[in-house]
Write a protein that binds this ligand. Sequence first.
Ligand SMILES: C[S@@+](CC[C@H](N)C(=O)[O-])C[C@H]1O[C@@H](n2cnc3c(N)ncnc32)[C@H](O)[C@@H]1O
Length: 477
Amino acid sequence: MQQDLEHLLEGQGLGVSILPGKGRCLFAASRDFYPGEVIMRQDPYVYVPGNSDGESRCDRCLCSGKLSKCSACQVAWYCGSSCQKSDWNMHRLECKALAMVDKDKRKFVTPSLRLMLKLYIRRRLQQDKVIPATVWDNHRLVEALVAHMSELEEKQLVLYAQMANLVNLILQWPDIDIREITESFSKLSCNAHTICDSELRPLGTGLYPVIAIINHSCAPNSVLVFDERTAVVRAVQHISKGSEVFISYIETAASTATRRKALKEQYFFDCLCIRCAKMGTPDDIKESAILEGYRCQDSRCFGFLLRDSENEEFMCQECGQARSKEEMGKIAGEEKDMLEEASTRSNHALSIFKKIENLQEELYHPFSVILLRTREKIIKILMDQEDWTEALGYCRLTISTYERAYPGFHPLLGLQYYTCGKIEWLLGESDDAIKSLSKAVDILRVTHRANSAFVNDLVSRLDEARAEAYYKLSQCT
Ligand SMILES: C[S@@+](CC[C@H](N)C(=O)[O-])C[C@H]1O[C@@H](n2cnc3c(N)ncnc32)[C@H](O)[C@@H]1O
């Protein structure tokens, strides 16, 4: 199977090699790839809807809305009989097992437990030839995934072992190996991907064992997006023949220390990508201090702050002004109180987040991602309230931070231009809408499928904005 896979990848200009300290890696073996080109696509070996937003999703197509529960197990949801029928082969064994679980214990069957149940069910169905195994879709590929068992902390190992016991209790198969399931939980943690919609909202989790060969970089040359539940890797930079293909596993808009910590904790490696290799250099110190650090006392100064040698004050590296730790600690304390209030008084969320924003404007650098996240929350609330004028003001405020934090063909930058353009168009600001939507099209045509419903919708909005601008112009002359 492994040789067959390599043969198949070869046909697509790709190869797999092993690098010391990294394990397997995917590289452009016999050709270059250009921005927007699909490098690889794969259907999930197994996948499960998420419940991060508290909303149920169809087990088959991951849509939300009007759904019905599977009447037998009361765990799976479907949007209609077509999805339920298509899923029956996979769900049949799971349904039987879940139906045996005590009714009030079924709520403990989390998405990660279900993903594991599905993993073992799929293996059995392929072994029994109920569903076919192919070069891209077989359990051998799952066996080859890294698990990092020896690096797991005791606490994590115990948790995975407890979850493995639950899987065993639910499936009740005589030949089940609890140690192997424990290892599989660890595999899922460092190899599974969050399935997102075109606007990068999470829908579920899937395991794509060939795509899982791709290693991480904090400045990746490709991006992982989803066409429904099919994972698609697209080049966002020119990848020359012989170069490794990278995606990002984490939020890249973070300081080097934050990124490396996240990668070490979940994926057990020390990142040496081109961004991380700069750690400790003046450029990296500056970039990290801007992304997560404090602002200068002088509101007109865009300098970044570093601690002085006595660790008493923070000095602006641009104008030399100092800020005392006490003064900043006081603002940070108020910010913390407000954040707690926001979590308890959701009906006053807008006014609380605006107060948090005010405090953060005083505290953090204008390009800080901490301030950016608060503004994103405010935009979401304002859009939910259909306060388009204020939402647009906030959206525009975020654009320069997005441009800095997500350079190049980054889907998040494209999506923020799209949001801005949609609101501008809605408010009749067609000239600005044309500018924003054009920028969105330029990026999202590369990161998403050019003729997808999503990009087509974006292009038709741009056409409408252009037609409106043309009409307005013709009225003036
Ligand atoms: C999804 S897998 C990627 C494929 C993996 N190299 C393999 O051999 O199967 C994730 C694991 O690959 C390794 N890895 C990924 N990116 C890396 C990088 N930039 N440097 C070192 N190791 C990396 C880590 O062990 C990580 O837990």
